[in-house]
Design a protein. Structure first.
Length: 117
């Protein structure tokens, strides 16, 4: 019983001190798409996404000390969804002003209507 308790404590310590996983990435073949990559690089390696949503958001300007001033700017946002089929997970990529800022892993993909069998 002492061995089991020691093993459990060792496992708990290892999990507590392990770092966060690199979740903001998507692999296309042998290439890894990560935060900061431009949209054209992602499209070149991964192909066209299954869908693209576009919109603008408004952000306030900030001083260095964190207090907002009375001005703002628009940021172009695109959400790209990649569907790699039912045997792989889908991904949603968020681009701001053409640069990748976030990668979300979604559920399993699906057969698209334009696939041929």
């Amino acid at each position: 019983m002492e061995k089991t308790l020691w093993g459990t404590m060792l496992l708990a310590a290892a999990l507590a001190f392990s770092g966060p996983a690199a979740a903001d990435s998507m692999r296309c073949g042998t290439k890894l798409m990560t935060d900061g990559d431009p949209a054209d690089k992602v499209e070149a390696y991964c192909g066209r996404p299954a869908s693209i949503e576009r919109h603008e958001i408004v952000r306030p300007y900030y001083y260095n000390n964190g207090y907002p001033i009375h001005s703002s700017y628009e940021v172009s946002v695109e959400l790209w969804t990649y569907n790699f089929g039912p045997n792989k997970l889908m991904y949603r990529l968020r681009f701001e002003d053409g640069l990748l800022v976030d990668v979300d892993t979604l559920s399993h993909g699906y057969h698209s209507a334009n696939e041929s069998y």
